[in-house]
Design a protein around this ligand. Sequence first.
Ligand SMILES: [Zn+2]
Length: 84
Amino acid sequence: MTKKINPPSIQETAFDCPHCGAYTTQFWYNVYGDSRDKNSIPNIPSKESLSHVLEDRETPRELKQNLLQWIDRISMGYVLLRKI
Ligand SMILES: [Zn+2]
């Protein structure tokens, strides 16, 4: 007897992963847009512009790592689900 495969679907809350076969939960989020003041472009800092923060000895290492990860992810166009 073969196991029924549950493909990813927007109608379900769980699926069989097409890569590893694990049956896992699909988490859903509501996403909203909020227009920017005066239609200003987003402020996306570069790693270089944060060099003063990254070199600061008082800034916790974890915060520095979170900032770098945030820059990487937003630069790649990812939707961020957590604030840093
Ligand atoms: Zn997987």
